[in-house]
Design a protein around this ligand. Structure first.
Ligand code: S3P
Length: 424
């Protein structure tokens, strides 16, 4: 689907409620599926990725039904042998987390994905799971993954990557393994798994960069899912760079392991006010007020990277409007996402007039540059590219034509409707 984005001349005003967090939605449906009894999930994401997780759980015999805004999950606490291959669609989170759950079952299963997911690296989960005794056959460490369920044993794993998907996979395998499993990461990645497992009664302990888990039975719960800061990121960026914008973003998840974008925006001189904070199902949540700001360049590197990894494409757009040279480094794993996001961002932003250079582990962006538009750009089957280019389009001199805009539905089907509600 092609989308034409026009420059916003009068600014952005008003308030939007940010839809449900994708990461938390995946975890809610998976963890409810292995807890015995009825769990109620409030505000489950409508994105295609979390729906892939839901469908995989259903194929494993879990009962799941929508009742208006509630998703009701009923499970015996045991998964059943699936009669079909488990289709993870475009979702790396589904494949990597489910492989941790499936490795310790008493049946055989196969995880498959779309073309993009079938090219993404799975060695990062196959290797540690194998150390726990798992038996996984793959296509040169890529999907399809054939998992022969085994009795697992605990390991102490020191990960080179700061990846919440790898960490969650090993913790979920540890939930079903003999002994005490520990996972240590170089920097702290998002900790929704730890928060939710604790909320559901798992025997889990967090000590800085090391998480330890013991074999535990999960209890069913009511889980309310907050808004996704990774979805809010497009509104935050637009609010900061569209002249005369002043918008309120409601119900945004503010988990400290996810708010790198707020810290980076603050460093760049962006005006973002947190209006009120509360805890919902163990997660910190608040409303944000974002206003147009004169931005300055900054360097983004090191421990903040896992806390804003999914926001880097739209942060690159932000940096085109910041005075000076913004440097983003230590983000080499961005090349292993739904697309090679370093190459894709640089190629497409250059087309519209940005001064941006590709480096092995990030970008260098010289601002402030007026973006020309008046051209076609590509999304590489990547939802975050599509939404970042849309935000760039809002300040391009001439209309921007985005090809493959339908990929937005992977995480944020309500995206354009919400943007339109803010336009004057
Ligand atoms: C996610 C973790 C991150 C992120 C992805 C969602 C999660 O991936 O990029 O969109 O829900 O755990 P990595 O763990 O591979 O960094």
């Amino acid at each position: 689907m092609q989308k034409i984005v026009n420059k916003i001349n009068k600014g952005l005003k008003g308030a939007v409620t940010i839809p449900a967090d994708k990461s938390i939605s995946h975890r809610a449906v998976m963890f409810a599926s292995i807890a015995k009894g009825e769990s109620v999930i409030k505000n489950f994401s409508k994105g295609q990725d979390p729906l892939s997780s839901l469908n995989v759980c259903k194929a494993l015999g879990v009962q799941a039904e929508f009742d208006n805004e509630l998703l009701i999950i009923n499970s015996t606490g045991k998964l059943n042998t699936p009669s079909i291959a488990l289709d993870c669609g475009n979702s790396g989170t589904t494949m990597r987390l489910m492989s941790g759950i499936l490795a310790g079952q008493n049946f055989n299963s196969t995880l498959i994905g779309d073309d993009s997911l079938s090219k993404r690296p799975m060695k990062r989960v196959i290797e540690p799971l194998s150390l726990m005794g798992a038996e996984i056959k793959s296509n040169d460490f890529k999907a399809p993954l054939n998992i022969q369920g085994k009795n697992l044993h605990a390991i102490d794993y020191n990960s080179k990557l700061a990846s919440a998907q790898v960490k969650s996979c090993i913790l979920l395998a540890g939930l079903n393994a003999e002994g005490k499993t520990s996972f240590t990461e170089p920097y702290i990645s998002r900790n929704h798994t730890e928060i939710m497992l604790k909320y559901m009664g798992a025997n889990i302990n967090i000590d800085c960069k090391t998480v330890t888990i013991e074999k535990s039975i999960l209890e069913p719960r009511t889980i309310e899912i907050c808004g996704d800061i990774s979805s809010a990121a497009y509104f935050i960026a637009a609010g900061l760079i569209v002249p005369n914008a002043k918008i309120i973003l409601k119900n945004v998840g503010l988990n400290p392991t996810r708010i790198g974008i707020l810290e980076a925006a603050e460093k760049m001189g962006g005006s973002i006010e947190i209006l009120d904070k509360k805890i919902v199902s163990g997660e910190l949540v608040g409303d944000l007020q974002v206003s147009y700001s004169n931005l300055k360049a900054c360097t983004i590197e090191g421990e903040i990277i896992p806390r804003l990894i999914d926001e880097l494409p739209v942060i690159a757009v932000l940096a085109t409007q910041a005075e000076g040279t913004t440097i983003i480094k230590d983000a080499q794993d961005l090349r292993n996402k739904e697309s090679d996001r370093i190459k894709a961002v640089v190629t497409e932003l250059k087309k519209i007039g940005a001064d941006i250079v590709e480096t092995p582990d990030g970008f260098i962006i010289n601002g402030k540059k007026s973006l020309k538009g008046g051209t076609e750009v590509e999304t590489y089957h990547d939802h975050r590219l599509a939404m970042s280019l849309y935000v760039a389009g809002l300040i391009c001199e001439k209309p921007l034509l985005i090809n493959g805009f339908e990929w937005v539905d992977i995480s944020f089907p309500e995206f354009e409707k919400l943007f339109n509600s803010l336009s004057l």
